[in-house]
Design a protein around this ligand. Structure first.
Ligand SMILES: Nc1nc2c(c(=O)[nH]1)N=C([C@H](O)[C@@H](O)CO)CN2
Length: 119
């Protein structure tokens, strides 16, 4: 299956970072995610129940980040990938998690991971 449901530049507020001051504040990350999905299934019925609901995915990821704190963007990216694959039954995804402004002189830093297999 080559269909994709995507989310771009989702703002994620969380406590994240390795330095002491970062444990005291919330920071905003940006998430891009591409998820393998059967777009035809939703199109056939025109019902969100038959689609991969990008709104539900966004809400769940924001909820997870609000309730959990980690040090590395790598850790949060891996947890997001596992959560989406398990809770939304997504067989393959590519995820880009950015921490804007974290490094002086760079607009963005972060990680890109790809997990699973396309059916
Ligand atoms: N590969 C990583 N390097 C660094 C991370 C990270 O999450 N992954 N984090 C930091 C600090 O928290 C930084 O973002 C503060 O500006 C440093 N390096």
């Amino acid at each position: 299956m080559s269909d994709t449901v995507f989310i771009r530049e989702l703002r994620i507020d969380t406590v994240i970072g390795v330095y002491e001051w970062e444990r005291q504040v919330q920071q905003t990350l940006l998430l891009d995610i591409d998820m393998c999905a059967d777009v035809a299934a939703g199109a056939a019925t025109d019902k969100v129940e038959d689609a991969l609901d990008y709104s539900a995915v966004s809400d769940r990821l924001r909820q997870y980040a609000a309730e959990n704190s980690v040090q590395l963007v790598e850790t949060l990216a891996e947890r997001f990938a596992s959560l989406v694959r398990e809770e939304f039954r997504v067989s393959w995804l590519r995820l880009r998690l950015c921490k804007p402004g974290a490094v002086a002189g760079a607009r963005d830093v972060g990680v890109i991971i790809e997990r699973g297999e396309r059916p």
